[in-house]
Design a protein around this ligand. Structure first.
Ligand SMILES: C[S@@+](CC[C@H](N)C(=O)[O-])C[C@H]1O[C@@H](n2cnc3c(N)ncnc32)[C@H](O)[C@@H]1O
Length: 384
């Protein structure tokens, strides 16, 4: 059997989630991983790339770094990009876009990313015109081929975006939810809190239902990427459709139905419950999830359910509510965990260390994670 060529990829993620992403890509066949804040390099073949797009729950976007070159002037950029064989990548009729970020020590003639982007685009278009006689179209919003340049301290790395829209865009989210979690972060929280996907899961402040939807994807062994139609690697010249379809079919075959009486969602707000129901419905899930509109003050563990995980993302004053008012709510979370949830695991994800103190319970772990620009903590509890 011929060995398939290996490539080095880079997958981005929320800061704090790198280890989970490493475990996920390693389980999918990746080798030689190297973590950096907000991402991870890994080596893999084409199967690894396809499997990562199907099965990754915690990573956001995968890039193929193609080459690096010294780049201090616009001319360096133009010349080096003109040497690349774009005609093999940009097949007839495909649109493209270039994105460019400049950081670190910037040289005076190459300090504006917008200008660098225009120069790079010129190099690509000129090369294509020379080699093929045709000019490829740019589509900045929704390109078929997305070229991402990072210029740092006078060195440019040329990357191809394998993913396109971030993997967190699973496609089930409904409505304009208030302060929803990113889907990939929600999946990370569930795994970090140590949920066994065969056990009970409760989110007593479910909002638009992101944690419940991700728990449902885990419990049903659904590959999140199977919900999407398109990834940008599908436009690459080496895209092997039968191989992708084989992995997709294998993923479909692994899906199992959701057990009724396993997932429970509550919220004080009726509109939140409606949104959560819609998200789950988009996953083909209806009555299997038990929803009820109730304030946290009325919380009781679901009758008859065996102990599992209660995970919640209460408001923390940055965007919703007010810190002083919320202290009582956080204290009631601690009291409820202690009094009502013996034998259960608990998890609270919050961006306020002050409010976290009001929970008043000793956490087994305090895991720092970034929710966009906000440094947050996942506090986990074991109630004996
Ligand atoms: C930050 S949002 C949760 C977002 C959710 N994780 C998502 O991804 O959509 C907090 C939720 O807590 C709910 N909430 C706030 N105070 C509550 C209380 N006392 N009882 C029940 N729900 C409450 C809000 O209605 C809101 O939906």
């Amino acid at each position: 059997m011929t060995k398939k060529p290996m490539s080095k990829y880079f997958v981005t993620c929320a800061r704090g989630v790198e280890e989970l992403v490493e475990a996920e890509v390693s389980a999918l066949g990746a080798t030689s991983t190297e973590k950096v804040p907000g991402g991870l390099y890994f080596e893999g073949d084409q199967d690894t790339l396809y499997l990562a797009h199907l099965w990754l729950r915690t990573g956001n976007r995968i890039f193929l770094p193609l080459r690096s070159f010294p780049c201090r002037t616009p001319e360096d950029l133009y010349e080096n990009l003109s040497k690349f064989r774009w005609e093999t990548f940009l097949q007839k009729g495909l649109t493209f876009a270039v994105d460019c970020t400049i950081s670190g020590r910037k040289s005076p003639s190459l300090s504006h990313s917008h200008y660098a982007k225009l120069k790079a685009k010129d190099a690509i278009v000129d090369r294509m015109r020379e080699k093929t006689g045709a000019r490829p179209d740019v589509n900045a919003e929704d390109p078929d081929i997305s070229i991402v340049l990072y210029i740092r301290d006078g060195v440019c790395t040329l990357n191809m975006d394998a993913t396109g829209a971030s993997l967190h865009e699973r496609g089930y989210r409904a409505g304009d939810a208030q302060a929803p979690l990113k889907e990939t972060l929600a999946a990370s929280l569930i795994q970090l809190a140590g949920w066994d996907p065969n056990s009970t899961f409760v989110d007593p402040m479910c909002g638009s239902g992101t944690l419940l939807a991700e728990a449902a994807l885990l419990a049903t062994n659904t590959a999140p990427g199977s919900l999407r139609e398109r990834f940008l690697f599908m436009h690459w010249p080496d895209f092997h459709k039968p191989r992708w379809e084989k992995h997709l079919a294998a993923a479909e075959a692994k899906r199992v139905p959701l057990r009724k009486g396993q997932l429970f969602g509550m919220d004080a707000d009726a509109e939140a419950i409606r949104q959560a129901r819609r998200s789950l419905k988009a996953l083909g899930i209806g009555d299997e999830v038990d929803f009820s509109r109730k304030p946290f003050g009325d919380f009781l563990p679901p009758a008859g359910a065996s102990p599992g995980l209660v995970l919640l993302n209460p408001p923390y004053g940055e965007r919703l509510g007010d810190v002083e008012e919320l202290k009582a709510l956080y204290k009631s979370i601690g009291d409820t965990f202690k009094q009502q949830l013996k034998g259960w695991k608990g998890g609270v994800f919050t961006g306020s260390s002050e409010l976290a103190k009001s929970i008043g319970l000793r956490a087994t772990r305090r895991i720092p994670l970034w929710n966009g620009p906000i440094e947050c903590r996942l506090l986990t509890y074991e109630m004996y």
